[in-house]
Every structure is written in C-alpha cells, then in structure tokens.
Design a protein around this ligand. Structure first.
Ligand code: ADP
Length: 474
C-alpha cells in the first residue's frame, strides 16, 4: 500500500477547495444567465452579450472538473481561472450599451481571481495570473477602439498588484498553517487507522477466545464422561475381583485342607502312610495352595480398598504382643538360612491407634520380603517413639537391596523390582501396595531406604493413641 505524502494531502485538500469553487461559480453563472434574460427582456441589451461570457466561464468549469477527475490539478486550476479571465474580459470588451459602473465593477473582480490563484498555485503562477489580469484589464476595453486608460482601470490594476503581493506574502504563512493542519489531519487519520486495526484485532481475539471457550467446554464434557466411565470401570473391577476371589477361595480351601490332612493326619486314612514320592508332590500342592490363597486374599483386600469397602477396626493397640507373634512367624520364614533375627525395640512404647490385625499384616509383609531377599546376615525389627505423636517402626535386612530406579515403583500394585523377578522368589508385587493402602487408612506412611548389595530398611509410622476427650456432663 502506498503511504500518502504531505504533498498528496495538500493537493487533496486544495483539489477539494477547487471543486467547491467551480461548483459555486457554475451556480452563480446559471443565476447570472437567468437574471440577464429577465433584465434584457426589459432593456435593449442583447442576451448574447451575457450568454457568450457565461458560456466561457461554464466551459472553464467543466474543463476544470474533467481535469480534476484525471488528477491533473494545475491544468484544472488554469482551466477554471482561464474561463473566468476570458468570460470577464469579454464582458469588459463587449461593445454594448452597457453601464460604465458595471464594467468598472467587473474590473475590480480581477484582484479576487488573482488571490484565488495565489492560494491554489505557487508564487510563479500568481505572477503570471497578475500579468494576464493586467493585460486584460488595460487592453480589453480599448480593443478595436482608440487606446485610452481610465482612472478606474488604473485603480483596478493597482488593486490587482496589491492582491498579488498580499497573496504571495500570505501564502507563505498560510502554507505553514496548512502544513500544520495537514500534519494534524494526517496524524488523526493514522490514529483512526490504528484504532480501526486494534478494533479489528480485539474483535478477532474475542472470536478466538469464544471458540477456545467452546472447545474447553466440550473438552470438559468429554472429561466428565471419561471420569464417570473410569469410576464405573474401577467399581466394576473391584466388584469383579471381589466376586472372583470369593469363588476361588472355596475350592482352594478344599485343596489346602485335603492336602494338609493327607500329609499330616494318616489316621484319617486308616493309618495308611503315603509313599515318600507322593509326599513330596503333595507338599508342593499344599505350599502352592497356600501361596495362591495369600495372593487371592491380597487381591480381595485391594479390591475392597478400591471400592472403599475395606472396614478397619481402629482401636488402641499395644505393639509388644504383635512383635512377639510376628517374630515367631519370621523364624519359620527364615528357615535354615544363616540369618540372625534381631529386635531393636525400647522397653516402653506408647499405645498406637490402628487395626491390630492389619498392623500385623504390614509387619509380616515386610519381614517375609526381608526373609525372601536376604541370604545371610541379619533381619532386624525396630521401633521408636518419635515424641511427635507418631511411632516409627522398621524392618531392616542385609539382603540384596533395591536399585534406586525401582524405589518408586515397588509400592505400586503388581509392580516388582528387578530383585523380585529373580528366579526362586515367588511374589505377586502386591504386598507393599496393600501395606501402603492399609497404612493410609490408619493415618500412617511407609517409605524405604536401600543400598543395592548391602540391604534395605522399610520404615512406617503409626499415630500414637489419643483418648477421645470425655464430654463434660452439664
Ligand atoms: P512381592 O510379592 O514381589 O514381594 P512386594 O510388593 O512385597 O511384592 O514387593 C515389591 C518388590 O519390592 C519386590 O518384588 C522386590 O523387588 C522389592 N522388595 C521388597 N522388599 C524388599 C527387600 N527387603 N529387599 C529387596 N527387595 C525388596
């Protein structure tokens, strides 16, 4: 796009003035013709004496309009001024019975034309117009007659010179003012354009925002639907697992019960002892059955947690009896491995708050993991009162340890560390996940520290029991 220059603006404004001038002139001419017709019908003057000069002016105006439409500004001004000079010159020259006063008046309109040129064209053109005006004013009345110069002609010539002088003088100042005005006009136009642009920009961003809001709304609806579907799926999974676990436990209990009876109670079978080869396989059936039952119990627990249906019996719990029980079980878990079972428990521990069965389950999970992942050394069960309303318990071992990259995932469901997948270490990847869920429900936390090759320590906390404030009887 072309950026309009100052000159373009100046030209534009002057062209507007010029087109106003020719229109006014044309209108005035039509009025003069009409007045002339009325006037001449009463007197002896021929209408042609008016019509010819007026035609000259009209032709000048039409030429001016045509040149303006072609964007030829300077020739347009000359066409307009030329028409005026010729028309008025003809009136001065015309040998009609024509009042001397009217002729003098017409002579005095020449300075006005010169002023118009002064304002519309540069100084050089004003001087040319002055010369033309002087020539017409001084020579036209004497054309074809004896050359005389009347006093009114000298006055008119003097006025023309004066008008030219003033026009030249003022056009400089006026040019400055016009420049200033044009500059302000240009700035105002620019501001208007900028405003228009900003308005469009605001409109565009409003539409963009509206579209985004609509998208967001749609996304929200979809998200809500997805959330509902996910909740439904989770509940369904919980329900499905609970049913499945229940259905599996019944036949499994039969398998475990019968294999145990066959192994340990030969009196039930008329004291007929099993051949040793059978005993080994039956022992395998019994251990695998127990393992499967443990797995099913874990799944059942997790599905209950998922469905929010795991009921805990939260009460005050004394830890010492639990420790005794789990340590006895742990001895069995270690078997004949060269591992020392140690305890690091102060003589006095506060009562804690929780479900004693579940606390036992968590400690046993940890001890059985330690027994599983330790080949020699020691397994220690420890506890201490933190003095801040929490008791911390831990199980540490000198086992294979856990690589740092596994530390986060071992607490997730069905996730095992690299060690867990080692041959000969049966596991489901559920023990720690359940322990974490149970502790969450009891208001505790669980975390682990480990150095691969040296051992691991699993810590968990339980809140110290605080008796309910007894309500004062009023
Ligand atoms: P799993 O049935 O596999 O033992 P857990 O949830 O109890 O499931 O443990 C998850 C994983 O954490 C295990 O597979 C093992 O990789 C790792 N882990 C847990 N306890 C120990 C430990 N004491 N020493 C080394 N690795 C352990």
């Amino acid at each position: 796009m072309n950026v309009p220059t100052k000159l373009d603006f100046a030209q534009e404004v002057r062209a507007e003035r010029l087109s106003l001038l020719w229109k006014v002139t044309l209108l005035a001419s039509v009025f003069v013709v009409w007045a002339a017709l009325v006037f001449t019908s009463l007197s002896a003057i021929s209408p042609l004496d008016f019509v010819i000069p007026v035609l000259m002016i009209v032709v000048g105006c039409i030429l001016c309009r045509w040149l303006l439409s072609l964007n030829r500004y300077e020739p347009a001004v000359w066409a307009y001024v030329g028409g005026l000079f010729l028309g008025l010159g003809w009136l001065i020259y015309a040998p009609v019975a024509w009042s001397e006063v009217a002729r003098t008046m017409i002579g005095f309109s020449f300075p006005l034309i010169i002023v118009i040129v002064g304002f519309l064209l540069p100084i050089r053109s004003t001087l040319i117009a002055l010369l033309v005006g002087l020539a017409i004013e001084l020579i036209a009345p004497s054309l074809g007659r004896e050359f005389t110069i009347e006093r009114s002609q000298i006055y008119s010539a003097f006025l023309m010179a004066l008008a030219a002088g003033i026009a030249v003088q003022m056009s400089g100042t006026l040019y400055g003012i016009a420049e200033w005005a044009l500059e302000s006009y240009r700035k105002e136009r620019e501001t208007k354009d900028q405003l228009f642009d900003s308005q469009q920009e605001v409109q565009r961003s409003y539409l963009r925002q509206k579209a985004l809001a609509e998208q967001l709304q749609e996304a929200n609806v979809e998200l809500e639907a997805a959330r509902a579907a996910a909740i439904e799926a989770k509940n369904f999974r919980g329900q499905f697992l609970a049913n499945m676990s229940h259905e599996l436990r019944t036949p499994l209990n039969a398998i475990i019960g019968f294999s145990e009876t066959m192994l340990n109670f030969p009196m039930m079978y008329d004291n007929q002892s099993l051949p040793p080869a059978y005993k080994t396989d039956l022992g395998q059936i019994y251990t695998s059955g127990k393992h499967l039952l443990q797995l099913i119990n874990d799944i059942l627990d997790l599905s209950k947690v998922d469905a929010g249906k795991l009921d805990l019996e939260i009460e005050q719990v004394e830890l010492e009896p639990i420790f005794k029980g789990v340590l006895a079980t742990a001895t069995g878990l270690i078997g004949d491995k060269p591992i020392k079972l140690k305890r690091d428990i102060p003589a006095k521990l506060p009562l804690v708050q929780g479900d004693s069965l579940r606390i036992r389950q968590v400690i046993l999970n940890l001890l059985s993991n330690s027994a599983k992942f330790t080949d020699e050394g020691a397994i220690t069960l420890g506890a201490r009162d933190e003095g801040n309303g929490e008791v911390t318990l831990w199980v540490s071992d000198t086992g294979i340890g856990i690589p740092p990259q596994d530390m986060d995932k071992i607490f997730e469901e069905f996730r095992q560390g690299t060690s867990g997948r080692r041959k000969g270490r049966a596991g489901s990847g559920l023990g720690l996940a359940i322990s974490r869920q149970l502790l969450n429900l009891m208001g505790g936390r669980i975390w682990a520290e480990s150095t691969p090759g040296k051992g691991s320590t699993f810590y968990f906390t339980l809140p110290v029991y605080t008796p309910e404030p007894v309500e004062q009887q009023g």
